[in-house]
Design a protein around this ligand. Sequence first.
Ligand SMILES: *Cc1c(COP(=O)(O)O)cnc(C)c1O
Ligand SMILES: [Zn+2]
Length: 386
Amino acid sequence: MFVDHLTCFACGAALPADQPQTLCPCGKPLRVDIDLDRAKEVLGGRRGVPGEGIWRWAPVLPAPLEARSLGEGNTPLIPADSLGKELGLKRGSLFVKDEAINPTGAFKARGMAVAVAMAHRFGYRKLAVPSAGNAGGALAAYAARYAIGAHVFMPRDVPAANRLECELYGAKVTLVDGLIHDCARILAERTATEGWFDVSTLKEPYRVEGKKTMGYEIAEQFGWALPDVIVYPTGGGTGLIGMAKAFDEMERMGWIGAKRPRMISVQAEGCAPIVRAYEAGVSSAPMIQDASTIASGLRVAKAIGDFEMLRIIRETGGCAIAVTDSELIADAKALSASTGVCAAPEGGACLSALRRLVALGQVQPEDQVVLFNTGSGTKYAEAFAA
Ligand SMILES: *Cc1c(COP(=O)(O)O)cnc(C)c1O
Ligand SMILES: [Zn+2]
């Protein structure tokens, strides 16, 4: 692994990467700076190295060679021409990146594969995470893979499948009366005495690195010419931030040009801090009170990486859109029925947002569009029954 050092996303401070790190002393997240000259040499071109899934990009990942896999990454890009036609898009314009087929049925596996590998390398034996839904199961699965302990804090009304999978993997689950930020607070109060390492979104630097592999895969799947638009359901923002980082790394390695997809952040009306901040023209997002949406992965009332998401959305000429729960549920069904992917409500939200963008003329018929289905609909029985 060719990690140079860590740099604060906000203040630019540099910190050493040879020891465990959490946030920058200024309170903001840390970015992993890879020695791209050395990584490029080992990669020897754009084909990756022998390995499975995300590990084809191992030279740009901060994980030891002995990192353990559950088969994460290398997800298909599914053409969605009939859906595209219905929306008024040209043939060959619309694709679904199907993250549902990752281990634990969501793209959270990519981030946890790398974060748990690093925590294990640093010698931690007990990991903990607050989770609105899928992060807990992903942590629990990788903790099981490394035979270390996992403690997951979830809102009491989390989908039952999310809690059950944690318990199935042997993790300890604590249900909290509140939302993910309440879970995070309780976890933080107990971390020091329990000796846990906290793998919360962006509070350690390595989950973003796992998620950035989505950017490498999209570039490869589009023949190293990026699509025009990426529509992505945003909670904590690791996917958005990770993909943007991947594109920057690939440009610096000479793999792609300067063109970037317009990054569209999709949230739910009942919890849309990034959309509100985008619309207000500000660079950080106040906490949403009484956040509520059936798309549990989007129920993040305050994101620590808000400023970086907003920068990416604006710099790429993208935007942020909120859709209603009834829209996103109907569109999860429509997306599944018209493509064969098993769409989560969060994936449905992306389709609802795309409908609006096309209607507004912000997406043109010939634009190449990637919709993200970030998780599997099978985990959301309550949402679809309601
Ligand atoms: C966590 C999650 C999201 C939000 O992802 P971020 O990268 O944290 O913004 C979206 N969809 C699903 C299914 C999730 O589990
Ligand atoms: Zn800082």
